[in-house]
Design a binder for this molecule. Structure first.
Ligand code: HPA
Ligand code: ZN
Length: 336
């Protein structure tokens, strides 16, 4: 029987690859622009959507970063994160580890605390929605390593409000190794490590190798180009490294949305899982991403359930929490 949209919506799951700034929906963007007296050049949702014209990482980021101008006050960051968590709860996301990009805000004069306090307060309040969430602070890889160092110094007094650090933005000529020192310092402070390995980059395999063998990341975000190197596939399989794949964001770059690679990794026992990346920009939240890959590649129920299982297993929660979520997943599967 084909997987239904309802099945993917109700499936208990963890969201491990969502950029909170990428959940800024056009209507909230317009509302915040008005509230903060910022002219973004568009007046309607349709006009905003017309600017969403991209076919690779660089052309996407050129639309994505300027839009963040509307985020000015702590309440704006709160509203952004709370709106996302409400939507995630309707997708039966049980646990979220969300990325945020402090440098995208501090570089335009917004204090680090403004960003963090707003996001953190939304996470605390969203517990009433029966969803638990944590923050992963990303370094912008097209900024200098000195800028990353300063960002980590600002963040460490608040490390209890972070679960890990990540690496995002433009990968072209920005290898993980550029941030080796900052990753080591973050790990020494007890933070988990992940890094983007965007799809079909100039140096995809070399960047994946650096992230795994030198930086020591516990997950790779995207990372599906790894199938080109069987030794690295063995490495992530043996070491239970999670790969967070995002079909609808992949579809903007590669029409096959890396579905074959996800299935190959799944068959090899790699902890690959499905996520939404920047859902307000790529046309769907996490359940839509599950449904997109399941329907296009005729996934079996077992494969879809394994993807959800992998999302909990590669999340940064305690084994007790994992056991509870996995039991909930088993119960769902038994009754649907
Ligand atoms: N890759 C790199 N940077 C990003 C992404 C992504 O998928 N989304 C938001 N920033
Ligand atoms: Zn991403």
């Amino acid at each position: 029987m084909p997987i239904t949209r309802e099945f993917t919506s109700g499936l208990p799951k963890a969201e491990l690859h969502v950029h909170i700034e990428g959940t800024l929906e056009p209507d909230l963007k317009l509302k915040l622009a008005q509230r903060n007296h910022i002219d973004i050049g568009q007046q309607t949702v349709e006009e905003v959507q017309k600017t969403y014209d991209y076919d690779d990482l660089a052309s996407f980021l050129a639309v994505y970063y300027p839009a963040m101008d509307v985020l000015q006050k702590e309440q704006d960051f709160y509203d952004l994160a709370f709106a996302y968590l409400e939507r995630a709860a309707t997708n039966n996301v049980r646990h979220v580890e969300m990325f945020f990009d402090p440098q995208a805000h501090t570089s335009r004069g917004i204090a680090f605390e403004t960003v963090l306090h707003g996001l953190h307060r939304a996470i605390v309040d969203a517990r009433a929605l029966n969803i638990d969430a944590a923050l992963i602070m990303c370094f912008l890889r097209d900024f200098t390593s000195e800028s990353a160092r300063q960002t980590l110094v600002e963040a460490l007094p608040y490390k209890d409000q972070l679960v890990g650090v990540g690496l995002d933005s433009d990968e072209h000529n920005n290898p993980p190794l550029k941030f080796a020192r900052q990753f080591a310092d973050a790990a020494a402070a007890g933070l988990h490590l992940t890094a983007h390995a965007d799809i079909d980059q100039k140096d995809s395999i070399e960047h994946i190798r650096q992230a795994l063998e030198i930086i020591g990341v516990e997950r790779l975000d995207h990372g599906t180009n790894i199938v080109e190197d069987p030794d690295l596939v063995d490495f992530v399989s043996k070491n239970q490294i999670g790969l967070t794949s995002c079909p609808l964001s992949n579809a903007f770059i590669s029409p096959e949305m890396k579905g074959k690679e996800v299935l190959e990794l799944l068959a090899k026992g790699v902890k690959v899982s499905i996520h939404s990346d920047d859902p307000a920009y790529f046309g769907g939240y996490i359940a839509d991403n599950y449904y997109a890959i399941a329907s296009k590649f005729d996934l079996t129920k077992e494969q879809v359930v394994q993807l959800a299982k992998n999302s909990f297993e590669s999340s940064w929660i305690s084994k007790e929490q994992k056991a509870l979520y996995l039991k909930e997943l088993d119960e769902y599967v038994a009754t649907h």
